[in-house]
Design a protein around this ligand. Structure first.
Ligand SMILES: [Zn+2]
Length: 417
């Protein structure tokens, strides 16, 4: 297992954060993004920011100048909380975000410890936050091995995220009909078979050299025109660890580099299934336990919350499509508190104030959190594992539509402990 493997909850959080920051836009070129890699000094960033602060005095527009300076000041304040950058570095976004009409903007500052190490040291002032390096972290970094072969050659390539890297092409030097000369057909056939066998062994050697050292190789896809690729696969020429990783053997029209591109195109469904395999499996595990009626699962927000509070949940499975929010309300007169979950529609029509059932006073929103975050925090307190599942698969859709998007696998089966 690689230590960089991210949990589904972390991926979900990163996506949400990017969505939120992407929606923000400054009135002018006044939003600041500061990237600090783990190997740089905080003091480097500080002195750089002080310099920018000095330069900003030249900005003509009075309001832009003030907003830029306030944003830089805010970043400097945040940096004072760090002696050294965290292990993956630090990213700070700050700027005046308009809330409504003119003059309504307020400085907002976001301090982010990225889930993967960042390599750039950068200060940027623009009308939007600079998010590309963080977005890059969302791209699947999984590596697949690609092998395209026919009788005359074999091409090895790697699929890294969305990038295709051609590694090498080897040729078989296999005798052609042209070389048959005066030999008997049978004898020539025998020579061809031996040559093919030698070629398969060489292909396997190269595959071993290229694919085997890759620590997190997700799978191998083989393709090519004609029966050669099948002969190679079925003949178990590959190192057993690689043979086990073969996901598909595809028919292609091309060989060499064009064949590699054709293979990636053809294997899209295979790759998609691999990506969502884990999500499907999670929901299937839940359905299996549900069907067994073992009392080892529960579903629905209320039921799951009760089990979470008792520390009875082993795995909490949430749909990424959950759009509800948990509100904590407090009465300003008597201190009575109440928690409620509202849907997006309910939030749109809610007054943010309710009448207290105890004293008739006014209850105000004290805290609000997306239901995913709120339940994930609850799970965290009792060391329950949290998984967030998309609605990209049938199983994911079922989780959302049939079970309200909140289910749990419990630590103990049966009745109340
Ligand atoms: Zn009250």
């Amino acid at each position: 297992m690689s230590s960089t493997e991210r949990s589904s909850l972390e991926t979900y959080r990163l996506k949400k954060l990017i969505e939120e920051l992407e929606s923000k836009e400054g009135k002018a070129t006044e939003l600041i993004s500061q990237y600090i890699p783990p190997n740089r000094q905080i003091s480097d960033a500080m002195s750089n920011l002080r310099e920018e602060l000095g330069t900003s005095a030249n900005i003509k527009s009075k309001s832009t100048r003030k907003n830029v300076q306030d944003a830089i000041e805010s970043i400097i304040q945040k940096l004072k909380l760090f002696r050294t950058p965290p292990k993956n570095g630090l990213v700070i976004f700050s700027g005046a975000i308009p809330r409504g009409g003119p003059g309504t903007e307020k400085i907002e500052t976001y301090v982010i410890e990225p889930p993967e190490p960042i390599s750039l040291f950068l200060y940027r002032c623009d009308s939007k936050f600079y998010l590309d390096p963080i977005k890059e972290m969302l791209v699947e970094k999984e590596i697949y091995g690609l092998l395209v072969m026919d009788r005359s050659d074999a091409t090895f390539a790697l699929l890294k995220g969305r990038r295709i890297e051609i590694v090498e092409t080897i040729t078989s030097g296999s005798p052609s009909k042209h070389d048959a000369g005066g030999q008997s057909a049978r004898r020539f056939q025998r020579i061809v078979e031996i040559a093919a066998h030698e070629f398969y062994k060489r292909v396997a050697e190269h595959a071993e050299k290229i694919f085997l050292p890759i620590p997190n190789l997700k799978g191998i896809i083989i393709g090519g025109p004609g029966p050669t690729k099948n002969e190679f696969y079925e003949g178990n020429f590959l190192h057993y660890q690689l043979q086990d990783k073969v996901l598909a053997v595809e028919d292609l029209s091309y060989t060499e580099e064009p064949g590699v591109y054709e293979l990636v195109e053809k294997a899209k469904d295979v790759l998609k299934n691999v990506e969502f395999l884990k999500e499907k499996k999670l929901v299937q595990d839940f359905l299996y336990l549900l069907a067994k009626n073992s009392g080892q699962v529960t579903y629905g927000e209320k039921e799951v919350r009760e089990k979470l509070e008792k520390g009875a949940v082993k795995t909490l499975i949430l749909s990424a499509d959950l759009g509800t929010t948990r509100f904590k309300l407090r009465c300003i007169a008597c201190g009575n508190t109440k928690e409620v979950t509202y849907t997006k529609q309910q939030i749109a029509t809610m007054s943010r104030k309710e009448i207290c059932e105890k004293c008739g006073g006014t209850m105000e929103v004290e805290e609000e959190k997306s239901i995913i975050e709120e339940l994930a925090e609850l799970a965290d307190k009792t060391n329950a594992k949290v998984e967030v599942v998309s609605t990209e698969t049938d199983e994911g859709k079922m989780l959302m539509n049939s079970f309200g998007g909140v289910v749990a696998i419990l630590r103990f089966s049966g009745q109340e402990q």
